[in-house]
Design a binder for this molecule. Structure first.
Ligand SMILES: Cc1ncc(C[n+]2csc(CCOP(=O)(O)OP(=O)(O)O)c2C)c(N)n1
Length: 195
């Protein structure tokens, strides 16, 4: 059923990570990181606390290094817009195991909700398609999130999805901010004794 209410970011991320299997997750600075932590901290989450614009490129590197594992880069529209060039490299390299998901609230929420380019109609889905990335139609309903959650594991990417979410502020859920710790536990979870 269609609704006029924007999706809640916590509901969206909780659904995407509910049956995560061996999904490796890179989350963008700020809100996307809080959402992933709220869904349940996991050693296979790599939280980007800084490096605005870096989520898509870091996810690409991880996907190329770990071609047998599904990789999800999940971030805000502001973060993706800052590193938009990464989409061209993702399209050129075409890692089948990579998905980039944008939580598009059309603002730079963390710094006071200044409107981003998507508030002015700039179409990230069209940009991803121009980069030869398999972009789903823009998602505005939980049914679409449900379908996306399954696609993350299929391995026929690179996949892109822009999800329109509410710009309402939600409670901050802060995981560790110790970069060395986050790196080491991620490596150990992924590589075991070889880490
Ligand atoms: C290079 C750089 N510029 C600016 C900032 C300040 N900053 C932190 S979060 C943020 C907004 C992020 O917006 P978005 O990715 O859309 O996430 P939202 O908080 O809206 O979910 C900004 C501008 C930063 N951390 N790094």
């Amino acid at each position: 059923m269609k609704t006029n209410t924007r999706l809640n970011r916590r509901d969206v991320v909780a659904r995407l990570l509910a049956d995560r299997g061996d999904l490796l997750v890179v989350s963008g600075l700020g809100s996307a990181t809080y959402d992933c932590a709220a869904a349940g901290d996991d050693h296979r989450n790599f939280y980007l606390w800084g490096a605005m614009g870096g989520t898509a490129s870091l996810s690409l590197g991880l996907a190329l290094a770990q071609p047998d594992k599904p990789v999800l880069g999940i971030t805000g529209d502001g973060d993706l817009l800052m590193g938009l060039g990464a989409l061209t490299t993702i399209g050129a390299q075409a890692p089948a195991n990579l998905s980039i998901v944008v939580l598009d609230n059309e603002v730079y929420g963390e710094t006071g909700a200044q409107p981003s380019a998507t508030a002015h109609g700039i179409d990230l889905t069209a940009i991803a398609r121009a980069c030869r990335i398999k972009a789903l139609d823009e998602i505005t309903e939980m049914d679409g999130v449900e379908a996306l959650a399954k696609r993350l594991h299929v391995g026929d990417g690179p996949l892109f999805a822009n999800i329109k979410i509410s710009a309402d502020e939600v409670e901050k859920v802060l995981p560790s901010r110790d970069g060395a710790y986050l790196r080491d536990r991620f490596r150990a979870a992924l590589l075991g004794d070889a880490a």
